[in-house]
Design a protein around this ligand. Structure first.
Ligand code: ADP
Ligand code: MG
Length: 256
């Protein structure tokens, strides 16, 4: 039995089917990848698993450790041990790095903050008092967000495009953290359209147009990046809806 099982999930936005009877299951302590082109529905799947507002009206079932979590709030799911690192990490102007990491739970000690920052390769004495705002680079914010997730000691970590907006040193550090999380028994779900990120995983699901196209070992799934995504007719073009394009993070942007 998988630690997290997604069964026949369907979700639509304004009559457009985004996830279409999608079933995937994640095994405890493994690193899984969800791969697929832009607009495939990868971020939607992560946000639906997390139960974020706007992603609650779906069909199908989500089970964590054998029990349905469908009716649970985001907070309740987080308390169960399910976490999501955003593609675009949030900024909390004025909040210190220390407070940001501690905010997730009153159980997070000063020592846990130090350990989490060290694990993401950041000098905790240098960063703890800094503000989580635009004075930090995108890569630093992403690593701080990862530190906050590590401090929560989650059972499942979903990472949406862990390599987006980070430099090569930061991405190598994130890859180290992924392996460390696995060593600790955490189930990791990497959401990506990068072959490099896919190579960090044990097993992958290929999704396209909200459907599961293929699944299997990483070696066989890498063929998708060589243009051998045969069963799939997706054009891999950004969506354009009446003068708006939908950015990677699902936010609509005017193109006029
Ligand atoms: P991926 O992460 O695989 O690039 P997304 O899950 O972000 O894809 O988006 C899948 C499709 O769902 C997008 O092409 C977009 O059309 C649609 N979509 C995502 N979020 C919303 C939303 N909040 N409102 C309307 N449509 C959305
Ligand atoms: Mg996405």
């Amino acid at each position: 039995m998988g630690i997290l099982e997604i069964e026949d999930i369907s979700i639509s936005f304004e009559d457009k089917v985004i996830l279409d009877k999608l079933s995937v299951d994640f095994w405890e302590g493994h690193i899984h990848a969800i791969v697929g082109p832009n607009g495939a529905g990868k971020s939607t799947l992560a946000q639906t698993i997390m139960g974020l507002p706007g992603f609650r009206k779906h069909e199908g079932e989500i089970r964590f450790q054998g029990h349905s979590i469908k009716r649970m709030s985001v907070d309740e799911r987080a308390k169960q041990g399910i976490t999501l690192a955003w593609q675009e990490p949030a900024r909390f102007e004025g909040l210190s790095v220390r407070s940001f990491i501690k905010a997730a739970s009153s159980d997070i000690t000063e020592q846990a903050v130090d350990e989490a920052l060290t694990m993401v390769g950041m000098d905790s004495t240098k960063y703890k008092g800094r503000s989580v705002d635009k004075t930090l680079s995108g890569g630093e914010r992403k690593r701080i967000e990862l530190a906050s997730i590590i401090a929560m000691q989650p059972k499942v970590v979903m990472m949406d495009e862990p390599d987006s907006g980070v430099d090569i040193d930061a991405i190598n550090n994130i890859f180290l953290v992924i392996r460390e999380l696995k060593q600790r028994g955490t189930t990791v779900i990497l959401i990506t359209h990068s072959a490099e990120v896919l190579k960090q995983s044990d097993h992958a699901f290929l999704i396209c147009d909200g459907k599961l196209v293929d699944k299997g070992r990483v070696e066989s799934m890498l063929a998708y990046f060589e243009g051998k995504c045969k069963p799939c007719t997706h054009k891999n073009e950004p969506d354009v809806v009446d003068g708006f394009s939908i950015k990677e993070n699902g936010i609509m942007e005017s193109i006029s």
